[in-house]
Structures are given as C-alpha cells and as structure tokens.
Design a protein around this ligand. Structure first.
Ligand code: F0G
Length: 466
C-alpha cells in the first residue's frame, strides 16, 4: 500500500496521519498502526495534500456521474468521493453504504419553531446507522494492513457495523460492550454477523480504555473513531449532503454528540469542501448531548463563559462524567475520545454545544415519527436541540437547518414502545442520590384492545377524531 504518494487523483496527491496538537504536529505514514500520537498522545487526523487546483464544477460533475454508474466503488456513497479519501484500492470492503435520503420534515419544523427543517437520515445505511460510512474505509484499511482481528468498544451501533463489515471482509471481529446497557436489537445484529461478543462489567468508557490497550497488540486493528480512517469515511456525509443541497451550504447542521467522532468528521468534510472552493462558507456545526452524559456541553459552556475562540488553542483536558446516564444509550458516554477534534470544528464554524433533557429527547423522537420518518433516541437530540437553539435565538426561524439522524427507529423498539405505552423511565442512581425519572410522553400513541367487530372499530376511529 502506498504511504504518501497517490496517482489516481488530480485533487489529492498525498496523505499522512498528523497529530493535531499544535506544539507537536508529528506525521505518520498511512500504514503506521498508531491511533494516537506516539510522541505526545494527541489525536491523529488524516491530512490530505492537495494537488494542482481543479475546477469545482469538474469535481462535482465527476461525482454526479458516478452516482449513475454500475461500478461497485461508484455505487458506494463513500468511495464515490474517493478523490478526497487517503487511499484508493482496487478492491474495497463495501455494503453500498451512504446515498441516504434528505427529507423535509414539516411537523418537526413547526415543533422547533422553524419555517422548514430537513433531516439527513443516516439510519438508512446498511446496518441502520451512520457508522457504516466510516467502517467501509476502516475495514478496507485493516484488510490492506493484513490485520488479524478488528476490535471496537461500542454502545451498539459501531459494533453492529464493524461486525457486518468484518463478515464481508472475512476478518475476525471482537466487540466490547458494556453489559446490560445495549439495545437488544443492536446486540442481535452483532450476534447475527458472527462477531465475538465480550460483554464487559463496566460502562462504555471502560470498554474504550480496554480497546486502546488491546491496540498495542500487532494482530489487532482498532476500529473506533479514534482511528482517523473511520473519520475519513464519515466525512463523506458532508460531501453527499452538500451535493443534495445543490452545493449551497445551509446555515446550520446539527448532530448528536457521544464519542464525538461524527461531529469531527462532518467538520473535517465541510472544511475540505471550503478549501477546494466547493462551498463558499461553513455551516454552523452544533453538537447536542443528553443532559446526563454531557461532559462536552459543560466544557463548551465553561469556554464560552471565558470567551475562548478556536484560534486561542484547544484546552488540554476535559472533565469526564464518571457515571453517565441517559435512555439514549447510543450516547451514554462520559469520556468522549474525539472531543478535541469536535471542539475545533464547532468553534471554527461558530456553532454551539448544548445538552437536552430526557423528556425533550423522548418528545422530539416521537415528533420525528409523526413526520413518518422515525429515528433512534440519540438521533432525536438534534430536534430537541434545534428547538432550544431557536428558543434561545441562536437559530432564526427563516434559516436553513439540517439535522443528522444517526440511527434507524428499529434500533431501539423497547424505548419506542415504552414511550407510547407510558412506561418509559430512567432508573434512579442510589450512589448519586438520584430518583427514578418517569417520562410522560406528550405524543403518546398507545395501542388499544378492541372487540372483533366493525362498529367497535368505527367508534374507536370517531373517538380519535374528537
Ligand atoms: N447517534 C447514534 C445512533 C450513535 O450510535 C452514536 C454513537 C452517536 C449518535 C454519537 O456519535 O460517538 O460519533 O459522537 N455510537 C457509538 C457506538 C458510540 O458505539 O455505536 P459520536
């Protein structure tokens, strides 16, 4: 595999893994399995070295034509943008990820106090979450490096995705999950795809720590978003989204925040488009966390209170949340690994980081359902967050706003059912002195048992109209 030179593209001529810590900036080749900087421990990202300037219209046309091709690499919504990926092998591990819909959502718009809002549904990926766009690149990379086993820590979706792509690549796969804290549907997917499933007595952050320790073993390939190749795949969502917007950047793009890889990836994607002249401004990137798992939102509030800007340099550390709590289990994370990259992207774009309550997430999720779209709880933080940002005048009613829905509604059917039946609640935490929190859904829609005759059904329909 090439380490730096590329010949297949006129746009990028090379790529390295670069430490983002300004005082370090160490560079590593594309075949070095490092994950974090071995000099200073800082996060790595792929730096692409641009070639001679290419007309934006030429690049757009090339990408547009590929969408109609029958070639496997062209049909993948990730590899279609391969000029901006760090490597371009002949054979890729793909499930034809990406190419997800961008929906209008009028009921969500009204709920948020906006004239319009659009939802980019990453839950329409092959394993039902946005993780697939990163996994196609990471697992292709793992195979090129000859790794024996791909490993990840996960709240469920990364695991399902890695398990599926590893199965495609005939690569051994081990996933570390916090025992009892994963939705049954996500766990079932990983079982079906044949992964070795390790249920760890601990939370996601414990699993993440273990994976980084395992990463020292030369047979192991770490597939979490700390691995910058995952981010490369996920950044293509920014390209696809801008193409769907006719290359006119919206005012705001809003994403949920857990381990903070997705927001880092979108920020990187938008920045690369801006540098190439494919868009003429950055959308404001907003990250939304669940109140009980919101170390990043707290850090952001602290930075704002002292008036920090992104070119002041990034803070050294972030206080983690030792006992994260939320029913949106996908983002139940207390020590997100990619916070520095995400913070840089948010500050560069002029966006915000905010936290929303369990009640807000649950009702926002039901509202996405009412638009006929549906999503998993973590994804609905976006609609809840937009509603807050509008109420606080951070987003104006007439501005263009896109929420990224990260997971499919069927990822967590127990949550959906409990919400509508009125049995959803967040368990108490005795050690923290927190009582159980019951969620009373504003948009409950409970099934009712009805006698097996026509008048009874017509009566039920009439009473619903009243
Ligand atoms: N939404 C969903 C549905 C997720 O599964 C995740 C993360 C996020 C949002 C947050 O994205 O971590 O990039 O900030 N899920 C990971 C997992 C942690 O293991 O599946 P992030």
């Amino acid at each position: 595999m090439e380490t730096t030179a590329r010949t297949s593209s006129k746009i990028v001529v090379g790529a390295v893994q670069r430490c983002i810590t300004r005082s370090c900036g160490a560079a590593y080749g594309l075949t070095d399995r490092v994950y974090v900087c071995s000099g200073c421990g800082g996060p790595l990202e792929i730096e692409i070295v641009p070639g001679p300037a290419v007309e934006p219209s030429e690049i757009r046309e090339r990408w547009r034509l590929r969408a109609t091709s029958s070639d496997v690499k062209d049909r993948s919504g990730v590899w279609r943008f391969r000029e901006l990926l760090p490597f371009d092998p002949d054979v890729v591990v793909t499930l034809l990820e990406g190419n997800t819909p961008l929906y209008d959502a009028p009921r969500c718009a009204e709920y948020c106090g906006l004239a319009a809002v659009r939802l980019k549904h990453q839950g329409c990926n092959p394993t039902g979450s946005f993780k697939d766009t990163g996994m196609t690149v990471a697992v292709t990379h793992a195979r090129l490096l000859g790794a024996e086993t791909a490993v990840c820590a996960s709240t469920g979706n990364t695991a399902a995705s890695l398990a599926a792509y590893s199965a495609r690549a005939v690569l051994q796969c081990a996933i570390l999950l916090p025992f009892g804290q994963i939705s049954a549907s996500k766990l079932a997917q990983s079982m079906d795809y044949g992964a070795t499933i390790c249920e760890i007595d601990g939370n996601f952050d414990d699993c993440m720590r273990l994976v980084l320790e395992l990463g020292d073993d030369p047979s192991i390939y770490v597939a979490n978003s700390v691995n910058p190749f995952r981010i490369e795949g996920q950044k293509t969502v920014a390209f696809e989204l801008m193409e769907q917007c006719g290359w006119r950047a919206p005012n705001h793009v809003v994403v949920p925040g857990g381990n903070l890889g997705n927001s880092s990836a979108l920020g990187k994607g938008f920045n690369e488009l801006l540098a190439l002249g494919l868009i003429d401004r950055l959308p404001k990137l907003h990250v939304i966390q669940a109140e009980g798992s919101a170390p990043f939102a707290r850090l952001f509030a602290d930075l704002k209170s002292v008036g920090s800007a992104w070119d002041d340099g990034l803070p050294e550390g972030m206080a983690s949340e030792s006992r994260p709590r939320t029913l949106a289990t996908a983002i139940k994370i207390g020590a997100p690994v990619s916070w520095k990259k995400s913070l840089r992207a948010v500050l560069q774009s002029g966006g915000e980081v905010t936290a929303v309550t369990e009640q807000e997430i649950a009702d926002a999720k039901a509202m996405v359902g009412r638009d006929g779209i549906g999503c998993e709880p973590a994804s609905a933080t976006t609609i809840a967050g937009i509603r807050r940002l509008v109420a606080n005048s951070r987003i104006r009613r007439d501005e263009s706003v896109i929420a990224i829905l990260t997971g499919h509604v069927l990822k967590d059917p127990d949550y959906v059912s409990n919400y509508h039946r009125g049995t959803l609640s967040l368990a108490g935490d005795e050690r923290e002195g927190r009582a159980e929190q019951k969620i009373v859904g504003a948009f409950r829609n409970r099934p009712e048992r009805i006698a097996a005759n026509k008048p009874a059904i017509l009566e039920r329909l009439k009473s619903r109209k009243r």
